[in-house]
Design a binder for this molecule. Structure first.
Ligand code: ATP
Ligand code: MG
Length: 408
């Protein structure tokens, strides 16, 4: 088994080895290389202690010295170099209580979650695969290293990671591993929201967002995503999640639109997602099912109300929804609505007060008192212009308001 290591990784490994230590690429990068998936990052595992690693490289960052991790910087890329370690019991499903270093690579591999993530590689020794990771990788199986219940007991997040890797790789979860997830599902409750939503995010942006359904099947959702449990038509929601663009707000909206705007907002806030995701998804849910129009006037009004981007996203969401639910006529009508909106945008029709031919200054120069009245009149202009774009000239708008420009 030969894996082509990037030059910088080779450099780090050979520098450690030539100084009397052991060092290997490990985990995700080895897994991904074997299946010809581009590794996200290259992690290195070594017998050297963090202080020894720091002596050997010019630029290092103390990322997690307590846990044995030093980041080596080469050509502006960071490589996490971690000392072989045994993990103690996980206190809160987050931080190992006590980190113990070890001299043995195999001991370090043993603490890793799944067989496919527990392989190491360097050019001298080739692949180190003590737990049948390569075989599982070839067969498409997620399997715990060791006794599944024990491993999930140490860190409950691993249950969600199992679902995440299965979604990213399109793999099945081996039955003993799967049974342990079902059995220990309630313990997922103690994992922090941040760790949970990181895994959700990876599932939702994977090639199989519909695998989110597994969290319900396994009984995990009750504890970490009860709002999704309440969705009546999960099948549509999951298929929609696989259809909408690969962005968090689209994908969460697909799962939860059935809860309506406020329901979506509350559910996503509880997961501690960022505002962009929360607002974006809530907006899509609010728009959902509000109807289809082919009138340019209405389209301009909608675009003005929802914002160009918001409206455009909402139409895309609706198109996916009608497609997934087999309402092809409605889907075609949405396509037509999108086409008309495209024309409106290309023509540069005014859709907000910023693009009016008059602004606050113009109105004030016509004798309007600065203040609320200015805003009200601009709104009135916009209202008129949305119906009739050709009204958007200074003269026509002022005439409409019964105003005369002083410099005219
Ligand atoms: P990704 O492509 O998402 O980075 P990865 O496999 O590199 O996938 P990481 O979360 O970056 O996943 O973890 C790196 C490695 O550390 C894993 O491959 C695994 O060996 C080990 N690991 C990470 N988290 C855990 C955990 N909670 N329990 C056990 N081992 C873990
Ligand atoms: Mg990684």
């Amino acid at each position: 088994m030969k894996i082509i290591l990037p030059d910088d990784v080779k450099f780090i490994i050979s520098r450690l080895i030539s100084n009397g230590y052991e060092a290997y690429a490990v985990g995700g990068c080895v897994r991904d290389s074997i299946i010809r998936r581009a590794p996200g990052d290259w992690d290195i595992t070594t017998s050297a202690r963090p202080e020894d690693v720091k002596k050997l490289f010019r630029h290092t960052v103390d990322t997690g010295i307590m846990h044995g991790t030093v980041t080596v910087m080469l050509h502006r890329v960071g490589y996490e170099v971690t000392t072989y370690r045994l993990d103690g019991e996980y206190e809160d499903g987050r931080h190992p209580k006590n980190v113990e270093f070890t001299k043995s690579l195999v001991e370090d591999l043993k603490r890793r979650d799944f067989t496919i993530n527990a392989m190491a590689y360097n050019d001298e020794d080739g692949l180190v695969d003590e737990f049948g990771g390569r075989e599982d990788l070839q067969a498409g199986i997620i399997r715990c290293v060791g006794e599944p219940a024990e491993r999930f007991g140490e860190d409950a997040l691993r249950m969600l990671r199992a679902v995440r890797f299965s979604a990213q790789l399109g793999f099945d979860i081996e039955s003993a591993t799967e049974n342990a997830v079902k059995e220990l599902a309630p313990t997922i409750a103690k994992v922090s929201k941040e760790r949970v939503h990181t895994e959700f995010g990876k599932i939702l942006l994977s090639p199989h967002p519909e695998y989110m359904g597994k969290i319900c099947v396994y009984g995990l959702s009750r504890y970490v995503f009860p709002e999704f449990d309440r969705i009546a038509d999960k099948e549509t929601a999951l298929r929609l999640a696989g259809k909408v663009p690969a962005e968090f707000f689209f994908r969460y909206a697909a799962l939860l639109y059935g809860l309506g705007e406020e329901g979506v907002r509350n559910a996503l806030k509880k997961l501690k997602l960022d505002n962009r995701t929360v607002d974006g998804a809530a907006k899509l849910a609010a728009f959902h099912g509000t109807g289809i129009t082919q009138s340019e006037k209405n389209i301009r009004r909608l675009a003005s109300r929802w914002g160009e981007e918001g409206f455009s996203n909402a139409l895309e969401f609706e198109a996916c929804y009608y497609d997934v639910t087999g309402q092809y006529e409605a889907a075609a009508e949405i396509d037509e609505e999108r086409r008309l909106f495209g024309i409106i945008k290309d023509r540069g029709d005014c859709l907000d007060t910023k693009n009016l031919a008059v602004d606050g200054k113009t109105l004030i120069s016509c004798g309007i008192e600065p203040g609320k009245e200015v805003g009200r009149l601009l709104k009135e202009c916009l209202d008129a212009v949305l119906d009739e774009p050709e009204l958007n000239t200074k003269e026509r708008l002022l005439e409409r308001l019964g105003l005369k420009s002083r410099d005219a």
